[in-house]
Each structure stands twice: as C-alpha cells, then as structure tokens.
Design a protein around this ligand. Structure first.
Ligand SMILES: CC(C)(COP(=O)(O)OP(=O)(O)OC[C@H]1O[C@@H](n2cnc3c(N)ncnc32)[C@H](O)[C@@H]1OP(=O)(O)O)[C@@H](O)C(=O)NCCC(=O)NCCS
Length: 327
C-alpha cells in the first residue's frame, strides 16, 4: 500500500537520510573527477568554470564523507528555466535511486534560491518522459579518427565530393555579430533549430540575446555554410581531454540540408587539424540525416565507429513544482 507522501521503493536502495547534500567546492574536484573516470565525460574539463559561473548551482551528494553523485542547475532563458546538467552517480551506486534524490534536492534548492524559475529542461538519452514535454530529438553519431593525417583526410573528402558532383560549400567562420544575426533569425529558429533550441555539448538554450551572451563567452567554433539562406549551422565545442587523456570533440549541427551539413562538418574538423593522438568525435545531427551522415563519415571518409553507432537524445522540459511532487 502507498501512503500519501511516503515513497515505497523496495528495489531502490537510498533515501534522503543516507546522504549529505552540499554545494561543490574546488577541494572536491578529485573526488568528482573519479565519478567520471570510466566515461568520456566533459564534466572534469569544465568543473572549475562551473563553480565560478553566475546563476549556477553545483550540488554534490556525499555518503560517509565521500562524493557519490553530483548535478548542476544553470538558470537560463532570461531567468525562466533551470537547465539541468552534469548529473552523475558513482558507477558502484547506480540503479539505487540516487540520481532521483539528487535531482529532487537540486530542484528544491533552485526553488528556494530562484523562486521566479518555473521550469526545468535537460537533454536525455532515456526514452521515458513521464510528466515532461519533449521539445526535440537529435541523433548522436560517435566517431573515432584513425591515426592518420586529419587535414589530408578532409582534403580527400572535399576532393571526392567535388569529383562526384556533390554540392560543396566553403563554410564560413561566424563572428559574434553573425552568430546573433543567424541564431535570432525567425526562419532559422523555426526551420533549423531542434524544437527552436540551441544545443551545445549537453546545454540547451532558447535563442535569446542573454543566452547568446553566455554561449559567446565559451570556447566554441561557430560555422555556417553561408550567411543568407543558411542551410546548416554548427557549434563545435573546443576539444577537451577525457580522464584517460583522449581528445573529445563535440559538434552540434543544425539544419536538414545534407550537402550544407556535410560541408559545415568538414569545416569543423578543419578547425582541429592540429590535434594528434586518439581523437573521438560526438556529432549530433537532425535525425532525418543520421544514416546519410553515418555513411558519409564511415564509408566515404573512413572514420571509425566510436563507443556506439547512433543514439537519439531528447530535449525535455517540465514544471519544477510538478517534478518535485513526482520525485
Ligand atoms: C544516468 C545516471 C545518473 C542514473 O543514476 P541512478 O542513480 O542509477 O539513477 P536513478 O535510478 O535514480 O535514475 C533516474 C532519475 O534520474 C533523474 N535524471 C535522469 N536523467 C537526468 C538528467 N539528464 N538530468 C536530470 N535528472 C535526470 C530523474 O529524476 C530520474 O528519475 P525518473 O526516472 O523518476 O524521472 C547514472 O547512470 C550515471 O551517472 N551515468 C553516467 C552519466 C550520465 O549519463 N548522466 C546523464 C546525463 S548528463
């Protein structure tokens, strides 16, 4: 029998009483880093800047004084939305309901500190959306670069596209004013951005001046096929080293025009041509292009399969009060 207010969950190990929640500090870094030691997670590369960022809360869950989980809420969209990022639970503690408790705790903190925030939003790979509205779907393609000369690989791909008569655009590098003019353009928002949102390495933003100010401070490579009548735009997050020293490049691509998307992707790769060693790439594209882009990358360019082939990721949004009540 379920008593009102009492969550009976025999298969879920943890309750709030087992955990201490606290704000993250610089001193916690090593323990936080060990949470993601087995994954190519970007979090250790941005942990310190997150602690300094305005309007961001970073929370740790501790048990017996050791860090077992973390999450962060960034207040975006002109102060209206809590963008949930960086949720992680220690590998040994997964499947016991810990993420749910951390999620609930951080939402309660957001509600107390930013009472004007009514909704939360996050990117997830789980196809379970109870109580959420699904804003959009992107497809992630995981790739590894063979250990050969990357610039040569790109020139060959461009040469082959031209030879076979495929359209190829010399993509342009966007300056801050170009970024504003493209991402605030109504047609781009309605026809190219997934669910009308900009996605960058797991962050989700409405195309607003205030959000572009946040994004323009980040180390990002901005590319488009052209300024007028734009067919593809992309946001390449500066490569980071994962905990085992591999270089990871995340490219978020918007638009459904295949030749334009291919051209802009190649231009993003050109920006990292100086990189050596083991490089992996996580490319996210409109789902309608996923199989053609997969084929282009693996068959035409000779890139190798990453940790998985293709995976969908969803942007979901929901009310904070409703979620706290459900969790
Ligand atoms: C995903 C992960 C955090 C789940 O941890 P867990 O303790 O085993 O999970 P639980 O059984 O408590 O998980 C589910 C709860 O997590 C929360 N949750 C799941 N994904 C979330 C996300 N991306 N952001 C915020 N909260 C999320 C929800 O509250 C969910 O509850 P619900 O299913 O009732 O809605 C864990 O497997 C992990 O650390 N994976 C590696 C990192 C990762 O993939 N993080 C997710 C996206 S950044």
């Amino acid at each position: 029998m379920d008593w009102p207010g009492l969550r009976m969950c025999p298969t879920r190990g943890f309750s709030e009483l087992d955990l201490d929640f606290c704000l993250a500090t610089e001193e916690d870094f090593e323990e936080v880093q060990s949470l993601s030691n087995d994954e190519r997670h970007y979090m250790p590369s941005i942990y310190h800047s997150w602690l300094r960022e305005r309007n961001r809360v970073v929370v740790l869950a501790k048990r017996h004084c050791g860090v077992v989980g973390m999450s962060s809420a960034h207040i975006v969209n002109d102060g209206q939305t809590a963008l949930m990022e960086g949720l992680q639970v220690a590998a040994s503690e997964r499947g016991k309901g810990l993420a749910r408790l951390i999620h609930k705790h951080i939402l309660e903190r957001v509600r107390a500190r930013y009472p004007e925030v009514k909704s939360q939003c996050y990117l997830t790979q789980h196809e379970y959306f109870k109580g959420f509205c699904v804003l959009s779907k992107q497809c992630m393609i995981f790739l590894r670069f063979p250990s050969i000369n990357v610039p040569a690989l790109i020139s060959e791909a461009i040469g082959n596209m031209r030879k076979s008569g495929d359209e190829y655009y010399e993509a342009i590098s966007l300056q801050p004013d170009d970024v504003r003019s493209i991402f605030l353009n109504r047609t781009v928002i309605d026809t190219m951005l997934p669910g009308g949102r900009i996605i960058q390495r797991g962050s989700v933003f409405k195309p607003l001046e205030s959000n572009l100010d946040i994004l323009l401070k980040r180390d990002i490579v901005w590319r488009a096929d052209r300024m007028g009548n734009t067919g593809a735009v992309s946001v390449g997050t500066a490569p980071y080293r994962d905990p085992v020293g591999n270089c990871v490049f995340i490219i978020d691509m918007f638009g459904k025009d295949l030749p334009a998307v291919k051209s802009v992707f190649l231009s993003q790769l050109q920006s990292l041509s100086h990189l050596q060693g083991d490089v992996t790439c996580r490319l996210s594209v409109n789902p309608s292009l996923s199989s053609q882009m997969w084929e282009f990358c693996t068959k035409k360019m000779g890139l190798e399969k990453g940790k998985q082939n293709l995976k969908n990721s969803y942007v979901i949004e929901g009310g904070i009060f409703q979620t706290i009540a459900r969790l």
